[in-house]
Design a protein around this ligand. Structure first.
Ligand code: ACO
Length: 428
């Protein structure tokens, strides 16, 4: 195969390098296109645009493949803890026992929040969306640890900053829930695992310690591992764009939280539950909702369906669905929303609109039912996604700096007014 791509434009021929990734993904390097031809490419939504070479996560959308650092998600979901997966994503290899102990100790050391920081929670209205609190508090926490404002992509400074962020994000998340619920904050407990500690900070009451059942701890662990990274999605790209200005890690991931919040991205996990509840309460047939989703004059979409990259199935959704059944069984619970969800999935699989557009359940379709089963409140679902995605955001921010990537600055084609004469106010 030729390692050059040829472009013919206005009677001239140009050549561009072709690069091939380790999984045979191909790209044409157009970084000299504008300087050589005067043209730019137009690709709204970046569906055909690679923004980076990356060695963190591989997604093959046609075949439903997801791997972190080469390891299949199916193995990681069942065989690692979230802390191991986070280490893998950050450092490229699964940790040995010594490395894992060191990393876990660092997370333990940084779980607490400065007491002055605690007071800031009471400044938010009780109805404040936890995603707004999370984004604000991530920026705020950096003010209490000014050393993290320095930009380091390696060495002990990076290790410390990454551990501080991975650990404190879970404390901030739990405290935002406690504040809204009017319940006292629970300090982190160093004897607990990453997931049990979070559940303790969420649910322990005075004189009533919450001890997470193993099934609940494992379900949360699996949820976080499944969300730990997903290559150049909307929020990760946001983190990279912000980080490309050499903004510090905390402000870069705070921006990632904002991008994740939207219902087309991480916000979909809560939107799915609202949709299923609406279907249940209305008593209307599912076809009514399918018809609305198919109607091009109606903005209604089936939440939790469709994906920019996966075009057959989302492997995370398959794992999540299986886990939902197992957790409900083990907890001896049923959830009427699960029945509706499965019926909806079945109907879409037999409907040409969804089949022809490759619209299948994505990670968010069953994840809300899992979070419901383990007692996480609805307004915290997207925050849970953010905790899970933190290793991916940190690792992508680091990779960007290691590659010394240029500042992100796309071009545009201007379609507004041409130059015109200024009209003074009295003449308008
Ligand atoms: N319901 C109904 N129709 C849909 C849906 C849906 N959920 N998703 C896509 N479509 C249709 C579009 O209307 C479009 O139809 P057309 O070709 O007739 O115009 C076609 O499918 C392609 O859709 P796009 O919006 O162009 O696909 P895109 O890749 O830009 O968007 C997205 C992907 C945002 C995930 C979209 O499928 C969606 O809105 N899904 C619902 C929200 C959701 O679940 N988001 C979570 C995604 S996973 C994650 O972020 C973790």
């Amino acid at each position: 195969m030729s390692d050059k791509a040829t472009l013919q434009l206005q009677g001239k021929t140009y050549e561009f390098d072709v690069s091939i990734g380790t999984e045979d993904e191909r790209c044409i390097d157009i970084s000299t296109l504008r300087s050589e031809t005067g043209f730019i490419t137009m690709d709204p939504g970046f569906g055909n645009t690679g923004s980076t070479f990356s060695s963190i996560t591989y997604v093959d959308g046609a075949n439903g493949v997801l791997r972190y650092r080469g390891y299949p998600i199916e193995d990681l979901a069942t065989k690692t803890t979230f802390v191991e997966a986070a280490y893998l994503i950050l450092y490229g290899e699964l940790p040995n026992k010594e490395q894992l102990t060191h990393f876990s100790n660092q997370l333990r050391e940084h779980a607490w929040l400065h007491t002055n920081l605690e007071h800031h929670f009471s400044g938010f209205p009780k109805s404040a969306p936890p995603m707004a609190i999370l984004s604000a508090m991530l920026n705020l926490v950096s003010c209490f640890h000014p050393e993290v404002l320095d930009v380091h992509s390696d060495g002990p400074e990076f290790d410390r900053t990454a551990a501080l962020l991975l650990s404190k994000v879970r404390t901030i998340a739990a405290f935002s829930y406690r504040m809204a619920a009017g319940k006292p904050f629970n300090q982190p407990n160093p004897n607990l695992s990453y997931c049990s500690n979070f559940l303790h900070m969420m649910f322990t009451m005075p004189y009533q310690e919450y001890i997470a059942p193993k099934v609940v701890e494992n379900a949360l662990k699996l949820f976080l591992v499944l969300h730990a990274d997903h290559e150049q999605n909307c929020s990760t790209s946001t983190v990279r764009v912000v980080g490309s200005s050499r903004a510090n890690l905390f402000s870069s991931v705070a921006a990632g939280v904002c991008a994740l919040w939207g219902p087309l991205h991480g916000g979909a996990n809560a939107a799915v539950i609202r949709m299923l509840e609406d279907i249940r309460e209305s008593g209307r047939p599912l076809d009514h909702y399918l018809d609305m989703a198919k109607d091009k004059n109606n903005p209604y979409r089936l939440m939790g369906f469709g994906h920019r990259v996966y075009k057959n199935f989302d492997p995370r959704s398959i794992i999540m669905k299986k886990q939902v059944h197992e957790v409900l069984n083990e907890l001896n619970k049923t959830d009427p929303l699960l029945e509706i969800a499965m019926e909806l999935e079945e109907k879409t699989l037999a409907d040409d609109y969804f089949v022809s557009r490759h619209l299948y359940p994505n990670v968010d379709f069953y994840s809300g039912i899992l979070l419901r089963a383990i007692g996480i409140p609805l307004n915290m679902y997207t925050v849970m996604f953010a905790i899970g995605r933190m290793p991916g955001w940190i690792s992508n921010w680091r990779e960007l700096l290691e590659h010394n990537q240029r500042i992100s600055r796309p071009r545009q084609i201007y379609t507004g007014q041409s130059a015109r004469k200024f009209i003074p106010l009295e003449d308008r």
